[in-house]
Design a protein around this ligand. Structure first.
Ligand code: SGN
Ligand code: CA
Length: 547
């Protein structure tokens, strides 16, 4: 049975007049961590548990198998989580648009309900965070090594160390010293990892270097079978990563000169950090270069974008060697940065456990969106295809949730604000567009839960060149419309084509399904108040202010 929290002895009366203790909230969010990189999701990439603390949350809590975002990009996703309102109404449609902190958000409502609130780590929304008794945030994207932080929106300070450990430390420090214990707490613990460009903490520099991973089956996707959007993106591992920045080569192997265009990310490291780095990466890089014949240097080591042809990559030994190196360098570095996050989660859970707080704290684990780990040959996110539309979601709260519970209903990051308010027994404002999934987590059925989700992505033309699109997904089908410089529809049957390789939009066998999806899409656009007119206004604003 749950240990009673030491400090969170605050009680409230529910509508039946019962005195009940309100739980603390620990909301853990990573940046770009995807379901494929969590063993509990069983996607096949990881054949063993690499992240025991995240997997522990899944084992001891509920795992949401169909968890999605509304707009697969960092700052907009955070705005949706805070407000419980879709991008087109909260105003933060892309990473560039301003965010209005004056609007309602759930931390403000928690404060009003008697919670003490804190935000630590990446938030990526400019301006002074509102709704927090304490904040310690990274400016913008923040840095992995020796990062600056901003305390309470004002005071800027630089710390030596790795962002993940520092963020974890600040979380523990606040629980220890900042939290007043006469109120329940809500701690938002947001890491930068595993965001690009994946700089591991010193103790994990060689983590997984001895482990080989298979390419995803559609790594060499040729982007036929769909419209132009999948073909015209700029997020291919082989063609759009930088030799210095992403692949961490220091010198151009052809000229022997230091790479200056998007150079290796060494700028912020101390001598000691740099030495540790080179001791691991130099020999790995040398081994890779030994497999590339010098007469291929010119073709391979051109500046980005390189457009190395697929035939060469797939069918020649040096092409395959190149693709393997790039995929592994990317994937391993990504997983190395997740490893530190997992340690951090373990550390905070230990702290809660030792202080008798663990079982009276609702722990939510999620990410701001999913990510491609080589599916379609890609990294990054943005698309409404499965890997980036999805996001991990685990909830641990033993008084209500059975360990290992599986939830298959369609939930979205839109639902987090109402859910957290629900756990806190605070009122859920009527203008929030999400719904509380607290009952679903507890294994209860919810009458007329949604049967489809709505999605809208805006940031184009911009980095990675993913076209503007919106769409609808049911538990089996997906309909997407790409617009602005194209007008293309795509449709997928996820049972038949889970990898989304062939659009069936024009297939007459699916006439009824297509009509049903169009209807659902219109229904949701109306329900959530989105329209082509609004999209047009955002586009106009984007084009006028893009610089
Ligand atoms: C940076 C990254 C991009 C990434 C965007 C948005 N390049 O520009 O790859 O898509 O952020 O990411 S980087 O090499 O400078 O990291 S988001 O998570 O903030 O939306
Ligand atoms: Ca992100």
């Amino acid at each position: 049975m749950a240990l009673l929290a030491l400090g969170a002895g605050i009680t409230s009366c529910d509508q039946h007049g019962n005195q009940e203790q309100r739980p603390n909230i620990l909301f853990i969010m990573t940046d770009d961590h995807t379901q494929q990189a969590l063993h509990a999701y069983g996607h096949g990439l990881l054949d063993s548990v690499l992240f025991p603390n995240m997997d522990r949350l899944a084992r001891e809590g509920a795992i949401f198998r169909q968890s999605f975002v509304t707009n697969s990009i960092c700052a907009p996703s955070r705005a949706v989580m805070l407000t419980g309102i879709h991008s087109h109404l909260n105003g933060k449609i892309d990473n560039r648009a301003p965010f209005d902190w004056d609007q309602q958000n759930y931390p403000k409502l928690l404060q009003q309900a008697g919670y003490q609130t804190a935000l630590v780590g990446k938030i990526h929304l400019a301006g002074v965070p509102q709704g927090f008794d304490y904040s310690m945030t990274l400016p913008g994207q923040g840095h992995y090594y020796n990062p600056e932080f901003i305390r309470n929106g004002e005071e800027r300070m630089r710390f030596e160390g790795h962002s993940t450990s520092l963020i974890t430390q600040f979380v523990v420090d606040w629980l220890e010293e900042g939290w007043e214990r006469d109120k329940p707490f809500a701690m938002l613990y947001h890491t930068k990892a595993p965001h690009r460009n994946w700089l591991p903490e010193p103790q994990y520099l060689d983590f997984l270097e001895d482990r080989e991973f298979d390419f995803p089956v559609n790594f060499f996707d040729d982007y036929t079978g769909r419209g132009s959007a999948a073909r015209e993106q700029e997020m291919e591992i082989v063609n759009h990563m930088f030799w210095g920045w992403d692949m961490k080569l220091e010198k151009d192997p052809g000229t022997g000169e230091t790479i200056t265009r998007m150079p290796a990310p060494f700028g912020r490291k101390t001598e000691e950090q740099l030495e540790a780095w080179r001791a691991v990466y130099d020999p790995l890089n040398d081994a890779f270069l030994r497999g590339i014949p010098e007469d291929k240097y010119e073709m391979i080591f051109q500046p980005h974008p390189r457009n190395v042809c697929r035939d060469f990559l797939q069918n020649t030994p040096e092409g395959l060697h190149l693709a393997r190196f790039m995929y592994h360098r990317y994937l391993r570095d990504y997983l190395k940065t997740v490893k530190s996050v997992d340690d951090g989660i373990g550390r905070v859970m230990d702290y809660l456990e030792k202080n008798g707080l663990l079982d009276n704290t609702v722990i939510i684990y999620t990410s701001d969106q999913g990510f491609y780990l080589g599916e379609h040959g890609w990294y990054d996110k943005r698309f409404m295809y499965e890997q980036s539309l999805s996001t991990p979601l685990l909830v641990r709260y033993p008084p209500e949730i059975k360990g290992g519970a599986e939830v298959n209903e369609l939930v979205q990051n839109l639902d987090l604000a109402p859910t957290i308010l629900d756990y806190a027994r605070a009122e859920i404002p009527g203008d929030m567009q999400g719904a509380s999934f607290k009952k679903l987590a507890a294994g209860e059925k919810v009458e007329s839960w949604r049967d489809a989700i709505y999605y809208h992505y805006y940031e184009y033309p911009s980095v990675h060149m993913v076209k503007r699109h919106y769409g609808v997904r049911t538990d089996r089908y997906k309909l997407i419309r790409f617009y602005y410089d194209v007008d293309e529809w795509e449709m997928y049957d996820l049972y038949e084509d889970p990898r989304e390789m062939n659009s069936i939009y024009g297939n007459p066998e699916y006439d009824d399904i297509r009509a049903m999806l169009h209807e659902k899409l219109e229904e949701l656009r109306e329900k959530y108040g989105d329209s082509d007119e609004l999209a047009q206004e955002f586009l106009q604003d984007f084009l006028e202010n893009r610089n």
